[in-house]
Design a protein around this ligand. Structure first.
Ligand code: ADP
Ligand code: MG
Length: 446
């Protein structure tokens, strides 16, 4: 393949919607077919037209002339660029309205970009909103064959895959029923089965894990993992961060139509989880005058560290990490009690931990510099952002030397790998903690 091994290239893509004017989108097969006919995927044609915005003037910065027009339009995407290599599994994350679905629709040629270009090398199969790509009047069986045709497959090729698709979709009994009678769950099952089994070179999946039961979600996850392992390219939108970190090599983060960041899945998901937290993951007070301080002790720094002592901002749920404070004892002779309180983003206290290092426990300390680290084991905190209060007491009597709320923050990123609390459950797990507990079972026949 030429162009290195890039499967998907997105170049400076912008999409403008007119407010109040719902764009005609192809929610049925006829429309999708029409779009494919107009722009066959084998044809790497670039969209540079302004589509139906020819009456708007888009400046170099993408600004639109005319105040009234500005009030009536919405930039669903602005200047988004990135590329995906053949065989890569890339996640697209971001809040509601970030532009994720719009991007996938552009890649699936369901809607053209207002500006910019997309190149896709290979056959694309997409699973977008429920029912997209199905003709409601046709039966499940007929729709499977029509989708195959769209992908450029021959009747015989689809027939070879047919049983596998039906088995995966679990809708055998309704194969000869028009799709309009299907529940949304049944449609998603069949749509995913078709999209994943017709051997697309690029598989595009939007939020499939939001629908269907856990068992089916897990099946979809496994299937996407297989597709990736077979060296095919997957673009995957999800709100399920453990699924994203488990499934994806790389992640692109969108916010209000802009690309905020892209990089290794763990890093970007960690940053995304931390985005609400204004607190940094490490802090240092160089100037003693401004450092939190009492008569006997002064805080110098607080940080999150990996097992190897590196500064980190986020960690995998299975990883052991340290919360660390560096402080100065200003005068000899006091018994000190450094401690941390760890809270989640809703203010729920996960735990409080007090220093009981046998080397210093209940012992008076000489003046000098101390670094105290409390180690949080892996598989303890659930996925999400956390805030750490750093405090220190002198004992007998108890006197607060410093008590710094939300000194630092960090994020735990979830995983669906083995050895976590979730087993093979793909959905979100409630709770501040998520311990991987040992289970035992006793069984008897009666
Ligand atoms: N067909 C449309 N017509 C007008 N506005 C739309 C249309 N589709 C999406 N939008 C708007 O574009 C923005 C991005 O939407 P979308 O791509 O669906 O975001 P996401 O999938 O990340 O939640 C939102 O503000 C949404 O309301
Ligand atoms: Mg969406």
């Amino acid at each position: 393949m030429n162009g290195g091994d890039i499967a998907v290239r997105i170049e400076d893509v912008a999409k403008v919607y007119r407010l109040g004017v719902r764009e005609q989108s192809s929610d049925n097969l006829a429309g999708v077919l029409w779009n494919f006919i107009r722009s066959p995927v084998s044809n790497f044609r670039k969209y540079r037209s302004l589509y139906n915005f020819s009456d708007l003037e888009l400046g170099a910065e993408g600004e639109v002339a005319g105040r009234q027009e500005q009030d009536n339009i919405l930039w669903a995407l602005r200047g988004v660029s990135f590329s995906v290599k053949v065989g890569e599994v890339v996640g697209i994350i971001g809040g509601n309205g970030a532009g994720k679905s719009t991007l996938l629709k552009i890649l699936s040629r369901i809607t053209p970009p207002t500006r910019g270009a997309v190149d896709i090398h290979g056959r694309v199969s997409s699973l977008l909103e429920v029912g997209t790509g199905f003709h409601p009047e046709l039966t499940g069986r007929e729709n499977v064959f029509l989708n195959g045709t769209i992908l450029g497959m021959r009747h015989k090729e689809v027939a070879q895959k047919f049983d596998e698709i039906v088995a995966f979709s679990e809708v055998e009994k309704f194969l000869d029923t028009p799709v309009k009678r299907y529940s949304s769950g049944m449609r998603v099952r069949l749509a995913f089965a078709v999209a994943a089994h017709l051997e697309p070179e690029v598989l595009i999946v939007d939020e499939v894990l939001a629908v269907g039961d856990a068992a089916f979600q897990q099946k979809c996850m496994n299937k996407m993992q297989d597709v990736g392992r077979e060296g095919r390219t997957v673009l995957f939108v999800s709100h399920n961060m453990p699924a994203v970190t488990t499934l994806c090599d790389r992640v692109v983060w969108l916010k209000q139509g802009h690309k905020v960041a892209e990089g290794p899945a763990q890093d970007i998901v960690g940053e995304y989880l931390l985005a609400g937290a204004v607190t940094a993951s490490h802090r240092e007070w160089r100037d003693p005058a401004t450092a939190p301080s009492g008569e006997f002790a002064r805080l110098r720094a607080a940080r999150i560290v990996s097992e190897r002592g590196e500064l980190i901002e986020h960690c995998d749920i299975r990883e052991r990490i340290g919360i660390q404070m560096e402080f100065e004892v200003l005068k000899d002779g006091e018994v000190m009690l450094p401690h941390f309180m760890v809270k989640n983003d809703t203010g729920v206290v996960a735990f409080v931990t007090l220093d009981h290092d046998p080397g210093w426990y209940q012992k008076p300390r000489p003046a000098g510099r101390y670094v105290s680290t409390a180690w949080i084991p892996g598989n303890m905190l659930n996925e999400g952002p956390y805030f750490v209060d750093c405090s220190l007491l002198t004992r007998h009597p108890d006197v607060v030397q410093f008590d710094e709320p939300e000194t630092i923050s960090f994020a735990v990123t979830g995983s669906m790998e083995e050895g976590t609390a979730r087993g093979d459950w793909p959905g979100r797990l409630a709770g501040v903690v998520s311990p991987a507990l040992e289970w035992s079972t006793e069984y008897s026949r009666d």
